[in-house]
Write a protein that binds this ligand. Structure first.
Ligand code: NAG
Ligand code: NAG
Ligand code: NAG
Ligand code: NAG
Ligand code: NAG
Ligand code: NAG
Ligand code: NAG
Ligand code: CU
Length: 195
């Protein structure tokens, strides 16, 4: 009897703690930030991003290359650009649900220069792969998003798995060089408006 009561309480606790809705503010107070910048999430939790200013993205990357799209083992997820006017009365939202909580997930903003300003976000970082280390590597990244060689060599055991990302990053840059040129051309027109 007592055991089943305990079991029922555990089941209830698990049920209650499941499927949290975690809200992350993007560009709050006109800043180039995600707030909070790191969360712990469980399978079934929804991470809902609310874009409050400027023109940001939430784009999946990898620990060794914080400012580049994730391309392996699969393409990462991406919110696309969410432009918000200065006098907006409606804030766009984008969300996804966690399907695997045993692996950290890494994200950055694709807007020019924002990743290098530290606009990155992590889900379930670890002691070995911390948010602080990820953000430091983002800030050390080149303007084109490629990671600094010193930052990736400092990440000890994770470096063992990083040869694939650096190879795939080259492939991604080649694959998207055409659209990158278009983005730069558009940037020339809109520079300073919503960056
Ligand atoms: C999660 O929170 C956001 C922001 O408050 C809200 O817009 C959204 O509807 C919520 N989603 C769920 C599944 O509760
Ligand atoms: C915006 O600023 C207010 C007042 O300083 C603060 O309470 C709030 O947490 C900030 N919001 C974000 C998303 O940083
Ligand atoms: C996430 O959990 C770790 C321990 O596993 C803890 O140190 C950290 O503060 C937590 N982060 C957040 C944002 O709650
Ligand atoms: C990153 O991914 C987004 C969304 O799929 C895509 O539009 C963009 O061109 C990619 N950027 C690069 C540099 O591959
Ligand atoms: C948002 O930024 C992207 C990339 O810089 C740009 O292509 C797009 O035109 C911008 N949107 C607005 C409304 O400024
Ligand atoms: C928002 O500001 C823009 C530019 O200042 C203006 O054109 C537009 O009418 C404004 N929209 C609203 C809803 O006030
Ligand atoms: C979660 O992801 C890790 C790393 O990709 C993988 O080893 C593991 O099997 C996955 N777990 C589930 C339940 O899919
Ligand atoms: Cu941004």
């Amino acid at each position: 009897m007592r055991l089943s009561t305990v079991t029922a309480a555990l089941v209830l606790a698990v049920t209650v703690s499941a499927q949290q809705n975690i809200t992350v503010i993007v560009g709050g107070n006109d800043t180039v930030t995600y707030s909070p910048s790191s969360v712990n999430a469980s399978v079934g939790d929804t991470i809902a991003f609310q874009f409050q200013s400027k023109n940001h993205t939430v784009t999946q990357s990898t620990f060794p290359a914080p400012c580049q799209n994730m391309t392996t083992p699969t393409a990462g997820i991406d919110s696309g650009f969410m432009a918000v006017a200065a006098n907006a009365s409606f804030f766009p939202e984008w969300s996804f649900t966690i399907t695997n909580a045993s692996t950290p997930l890494w994200f950055y903003c694709r807007q020019t220069g924002h990743c290098q300003q530290g606009m990155v976000f992590a889900i379930n970082p670890t002691v070995a792969k911390s948010f602080a280390a990820f953000q430091a590597a983002a800030k050390a990244s080149s303007p084109d998003g490629s990671p600094s060689s010193s930052a990736s060599s400092s990440s000890s055991s994770s470096t063992a798995a990083s040869s694939t990302p650096s190879a795939s990053a080259t492939g991604g840059a080649m694959r998207h060089s055409g659209s990158a040129a278009i983005v730069l051309a558009v940037m020339g027109i809109t520079a300073g408006i919503l960056l």
